[in-house]
Ligand binder design. Sequence first.
Ligand SMILES: [Zn+2]
Length: 280
Amino acid sequence: MGDDFSEPVKRALASRVGNLCSNPECRALTSGPQEDPAKALNIGVAAHLTAASAGGPRYDPELLPEERSGPSNGIWLCQNHAKMVDNDPARFTVELLREWKATAEAEAKSRIGKTAPAGSAPSFDLKVGDRMRIEPIVPRCAEQAEWMLESNSGSCYLFQKLGASGRVEVPASFIEKVHRFGGSTPALVQLSGRLQWTSVGQRWLLLSEKPPAADDLGFGRNVDFDHPSRMGYPGSLAWCREDRLAQVLGQGRHIFYAEDGKYLRVAGPDIDQILVSDRP
Ligand SMILES: [Zn+2]
């Protein structure tokens, strides 16, 4: 028997994305009325990021049963896309599904309590080819980087990081404000959540929480020393005492950000250790 999701977990997963399919190319509404006025129709499925039982798609033997059936292992999808991701786990990796989930939650958060736009998303004064800075970004040093608007579909902006291969798609509903300074100064795009670098997938993720403070590393998570090797993280990794972090980062190492965008720490008796990597 697999570790299936409980009803409260399913309801939470559905509500956290506004009852829409989390596939960014779908966003189908998964609930609606039935003929019986007391009943609602549900075509949504709480799909597993990693399978409920051994042999299933993306199964992770390291997870505890309660983690396997917990909300962090689930993603809300329409029936079609729940089938699709389970039939093709090589294409729909845990990484990609986490990205879908984070973006769907960020979009739902940015819309909550706001009047639905009349058929169109808010539009900003951004033109293809424009250069801009984006904030907030974790790690914070990336806020100095410039991006270029590569394309604009009206509801979504595709930004390309200058001098790097990084790209990120930002829904218009996720943009809080655009500041223009005139001349050749790049514009500043302010997000309603944060843009987060992940060291594992070497890519950018949109997440709904803003980083706590201007000089912060973002959000941390407590793990044990064996966690990185258990997870098979890439690159050369090392634990660094928190009081020597600035020095070590100055030597060209980078804070390691896990697949959920959190940096990893091991709590010590006197001082905590933080995971650093040779890759950005
Ligand atoms: Zn769908």
